[in-house]
Design a protein around this ligand. Structure first.
Ligand code: SAH
Length: 461
């Protein structure tokens, strides 16, 4: 972080603006909204700036003088002269006065972000000076998303903090209450449309609805890696969770979307290195939920596709614990789309089959004869270790040795790789390319489309 965002309390504080032109006026307007006592130092000032100052009996100094920088809560330099700006910046640093030099990040000790003012809700967007236009674009998006009524909403909530604190004594109860209240679109609409009585009634109702939060488990499909493939529902529940259980298939980018103060527990699952046995995962989910926690269990891909999601909810069902299962983009869909390999295609495949290639004692017992349809795409999950067995058995059972196959490594992630070959050649190619987990095998005529369709994929490979 190049700049750490903080909020300065400027109400009644003297702030100096050096410069009297359009930009100085713009900054003065903002600072006036923060209640600052404006001082302006300039040979000449715009009419608006003059009225901003005189309206509240503020002082105008004509001459630029180094010593008169002292004693200000902040200084903003908006002069056209770099030497003057530099001198102001130097003097301000010497006296530890926060200084902003417009359009010159090197001379600043603070920068002024783009602001969405829904006071007391203030949203600020900054690009650390790298692109003010980008910051303003983002501000416009936020402005559209949070209309001016959000000022009223945040005031409404602020006014009731005391009442809620009296009623609910623990921090967790309070947080749960506020979340439930704000989950209610009806409540938000009532406040935004100034329907005060109905809003109050709903507020009281939610407040009276029991103090102790009920625990719950959210079994969330987190997709194959790219955080943008999360569903809205996955994101919402993830952000509500007090505790997040995750395994190796869950990338950093997804974990970062959880609440900062949520506990994050790694439950492992490397091939043949189970950090926490499945039975223990099930028991943990159950006991946490029973103690009133909301637990997000993040699963790679979709929880009900080779995810043991069914087992994890069985115990919850029996114990009567609330749970939700959120579907996710399974690795096959993610890999197929990002690699430009449609799983079905009029000319190549009318069906697709998801198969586990997980070997046990170096054996893989599959109904190979059922996998002979050339018009069906085969997708093997957990198939890399058994690659030699899979290709050998498919050929032995009658598949053509030149049947195309692709190994998709780390599908949808920034370092995704597609390694392709034929049933006869892929083993050798894989020995050279050494793909790393997680990998997915796609077999069938659709794989030939990779070379022509890959331009279409958002990733380069
Ligand atoms: N529930 C998951 C599958 C879990 S089984 C889903 O729906 O995707 C674990 C296997 O999924 C891995 O061995 C690998 O074959 C596959 N897999 C998961 N994420 C992957 C990724 N990003 N790229 C390639 N394969 C992946």
């Amino acid at each position: 972080m190049d700049y750490f965002p903080v909020g300065l309390k400027l109400s009644g504080q003297p702030v100096l603006i050096v410069g009297g032109g359009v930009i100085a006026t713009r900054k003065a307007r903002l600072l006036a909204r923060a209640g600052a006592e404006l001082w302006v130092m300039a040979p000449d000032v715009s009419d608006e700036l003059a009225s901003l100052i005189s309206a509240s009996d503020r002082v105008l100094i004509q001459e630029w003088d180094e010593r008169s920088l002292d004693g200000f809560a902040a200084v903003v330099a908006a002069t056209p002269s770099r030497p003057v700006n530099e001198a102001i910046s130097r003097r301000a640093r010497e006296t530890f006065t926060p200084v902003n030099v417009v359009d010159d990040p090197d001379l600043c000790t603070f920068i002024i972000p783009a602001i969405v003012d829904r006071n007391p809700l203030i949203i600020s967007v900054s690009s650390s000076g790298s692109s003010p236009v980008l910051a303003r674009r983002i501000r416009s998006d936020i402005e559209a998303r949070y209309p001016s009524g959000y000022a009223e909403l945040s005031r409404y909530l602020g006014d009731r903090r005391g009442q809620v604190a009296e009623h609910l004594t623990t921090e967790r109860e309070r947080r749960y209450f506020w979340e439930r209240l704000l989950d209610s679109n009806e409540f938000i609409d009532l406040v935004l449309t100034s329907n005060r009585e109905a809003a109050d009634a709903l507020f009281e109702k939610v407040l009276s609805e029991g103090k102790s939060p009920r625990g719950a488990v959210y079994l969330i499909g987190a997709g194959p890696g790219d955080p943008e493939l999360l569903t809205f529902k996955a994101l919402r529940l993830l952000q509500q969770a007090d505790i997040v259980l995750y395994d190796r298939l869950i990338g950093e980018g997804i974990l970062e979307l959880a609440r900062r103060d949520a506990d994050k527990i790694y439950v492992g699952k490397q091939r043949s290195e189970h950090a926490m046995p499945q039975s223990e995962i099930n028991a943990t989910l159950l006991s946490l939920a029973k103690s009133g926690k909301r637990v997000a269990r993040l699963k790679g891909g979709d929880p009900f596709i080779f995810g043991r999601g069914g087992e994890e909810i069985e115990g919850l069902l029996t114990a009567g614990v609330d749970f939700e299962v959120v579907p996710g983009v399974t690795a096959a869909s993610g890999a197929a789309c990002y690699a430009g390999i449609p799983l079905t295609h009029r000319d190549h495949a009318q069906s697709v089959r998801f198969i586990t290639g997980h070997t046990k004692d170096h054996q893989l017992d599959l109904p190979w004869q059922q996998l002979m349809n050339e018009q069906e795409t085969l997708v093997f999950y957990m198939g890399l270790a058994g690659l030699a067995i899979i290709t050998r058995e498919l050929i032995r059972a009658g598949r053509r040795p030149d049947t195309p196959i692709a190994i998709i490594e780390k599908a949808t992630r920034v370092d995704q790789r597609v390694i392709s070959g034929t049933l006869a050649s892929i083993q050798q190619v894989a020995e050279m390319e050494k793909p790393e987990a997680p990998t997915l095998l796609i077999i069938g005529g659709v794989v030939t489309l990779h070379s022509s369709l890959r331009w279409y994929s958002p990733q380069q490979n």
